[in-house]
Design a protein around this ligand. Structure first.
Ligand code: GLP
Length: 236
């Protein structure tokens, strides 16, 4: 197994360690680095650390996942969330984002086309759902799946409604496992006891689409940034 675990002592430390791993991954890259970034609660300390650091190496942001069917200015869109939290403060202007309101019959092929033409992904920063989902690749999504539409499970949908305080669409657009696997380096961010079991399953259990994050056992260059609670069920 090729992953390396970095334990953080608190949220501030988590953010700083994630930021250090992030810049260590992208600073050596000569072309504009292409970077997938997640939304959710987990990366919040990481984004705070990025905002507070003047290093600000430019990169090309690649969207991981998005709600379907909302207008482009809806504040709950993940693209707008990331813009507020990271991309605008860091002045990141190159953005490959999904068009939530567009017909999936044209939007999904547009994403496939983009990845056919730009097949290099330098870094994927991801977090993990309690059921092992990555992006919106829910359990049993095939490891060779391309970007596609998904229907959230009830558990994922509940979590997502809590982000916004309102009912979010159940239909979502997500990069597939195949695009995630393109990443030359991957940083997995995990915080909290609620993720402890699935983290242990993903990193040390069977490699199976039932636990989408278990694909990480087959990836090269994986760094896991996690707090003690998230690591509490890892075998010693
Ligand atoms: C959400 C998002 C994922 C995110 C994951 C974990 O549903 N689709 O991109 O990484 O679930 O979210 P959280 O960090 O809030 O636990």
């Amino acid at each position: 197994m090729l992953y390396h675990i970095v334990q953080a002592s608190n949220d501030l430390d988590f953010g700083l360690k994630a930021k250090a791993a992030f810049y260590a991954a992208i600073c050596p890259i000569k072309d504009l680095p292409r970077v997938i970034l997640p939304t959710g609660n987990t990366p919040a300390p990481f984004y705070a650390a990025l905002r507070n650091d003047p290093t600000n190496k430019p990169f090309h942001y690649l969207q991981l996942d998005e709600y379907h069917g909302l207008s482009a200015d809806d504040p709950i869109l993940f693209s707008n969330w990331l813009a507020r939290d990271v991309l605008d403060p860091l002045n990141i202007t190159n953005r490959m984002i999904f068009n939530s309101a567009d017909d999936p019959a044209s939007e999904i092929p547009r994403i496939h086309q983009w990845y056919r033409e730009n097949s290099r992904v330098d870094l994927a920063v991801i977090s993990i759902g309690e059921n092992g989902h990555v992006g919106f690749n829910e359990p049993w999504t095939r490891f060779d799946s391309l970007a596609h539409m998904e229907e959230m499970t009830d558990q994922t949908w509940d979590t997502n409604c809590k982000y916004t305080g309102r009912e979010v669409p159940r239909k979502v657009i997500t990069l597939g496992m195949a695009e995630l696997k393109l990443a030359d380096q991957t940083i997995l961010l995990v915080r909290g006891e609620k993720k402890a079991k699935i983290l242990a399953d993903a990193l040390t259990g069977e490699i199976t689409p039932k636990v989408p994050a278990s694909y990480l056992q087959l990836q090269r260059n994986v760094i896991v940034i996690a707090d003690a609670a998230a690591l509490s069920r890892m075998p010693s």
